[in-house]
Design a protein around this ligand. Structure first.
Ligand code: ATP
Length: 240
């Protein structure tokens, strides 16, 4: 039995002025799954993230989140509805401490279990506990990426958008962070939409994948089937 979709995108067209960056994109994100969007530079991955998170309005098509139409919503409304956007480029608050950054991730919540969730973040990212009082701007790139994910978790999101978590990290750190992403999905049930240029690690981590080329979805399949596909091998995994 397939779980219900947390998010459904249908025939979305997004423009920058006269430039059509998404040309009728449709994707499903089922509850409890990791879905990845692959694509080369300029394929439209960031545009798709911005369209589903409210930063860009699509000209056409629909975005449904938790059963409600949300296209055209403001980013802040999307956060309150349960969407956590873990941004590209490690956008943590550099002059705040690690722990203050985590607390800010919970700003939409009214309940009092924030302390428990901070401990949960520290359990997944022990280095953040060691550095809890340190200014976030002084962390390494990998640690800042961990903090960005931890901050997203603090919102207890219904859907977490991960934008290129491998960017600028060493292969070893990439393995470590994706291992934790997988564990957060399996152990905490976090549904994730993952945008990645590193097709190998993304398909090893995700359940399902879409390939975006010049604003269109050109392939969609189970991640293991995409990993085995000749086209993916040739164009995205450097094999063939
Ligand atoms: P990258 O991995 O480099 O971020 P991407 O797959 O995320 O690539 P997008 O950034 O979504 O691709 O860009 C999709 C297309 O839209 C590209 O052709 C890009 O040049 C164009 N584009 C992106 N941002 C703008 C903008 N602000 N104004 C005009 N065109 C843009």
């Amino acid at each position: 039995q397939t779980p219900p979709n947390v998010m459904e995108v249908r025939n979305v067209e997004t423009f920058y002025g006269p430039i059509m960056a998404l040309r009728g994109v449709s994707i499903d994100v089922p509850q409890g799954k990791i879905v990845t969007i692959l694509g080369a530079n300029g394929a439209g991955k960031t545009t798709l993230m911005k369209t589903v998170s409210g930063a860009l309005d699509p000209e056409k098509g629909t975005v449904t989140f938790l059963g409600e139409r949300v296209e055209g919503s403001e980013p802040d409304q999307m956060v309150r509805r349960g969407l956590a956007h873990v941004p590209e480029g490690r956008e943590v608050f550099p002059f705040l401490s690690v722990e203050e950054n985590l607390k800010l991730g919970a700003y939409t919540r009214r309940d009092r279990e924030i302390g428990d969730d901070i401990e949960m973040c520290y359990q997944y990212f022990p280095i953040l506990k060691e550095r809890r009082a340190q200014q976030a701007g002084t962390l390494s790139g990998g640690q800042q990426q961990m903090l960005a994910i931890g901050r997203g978790l603090m919102a207890r999101p219904k859907l977490m958008l991960l934008d290129e978590p491998s960017l600028g990290l060493s292969p070893l750190l990439v393995q470590e962070i994706f291992g934790i992403i997988r564990r957060l999905n399996e152990e905490q049930g976090v549904t994730m939409l993952l945008v990645e240029q590193n097709a190998q690690i993304a398909l090893n981590t995700a359940d399902y994948g879409y390939v975006l080329e010049i604003g269109r979805i050109v392939m969609a399949n189970d991640a293991d089937k995409l990993l085995a596909s000749q086209d993916i091998q040739e164009f995205y995994l450097g094999g063939g």
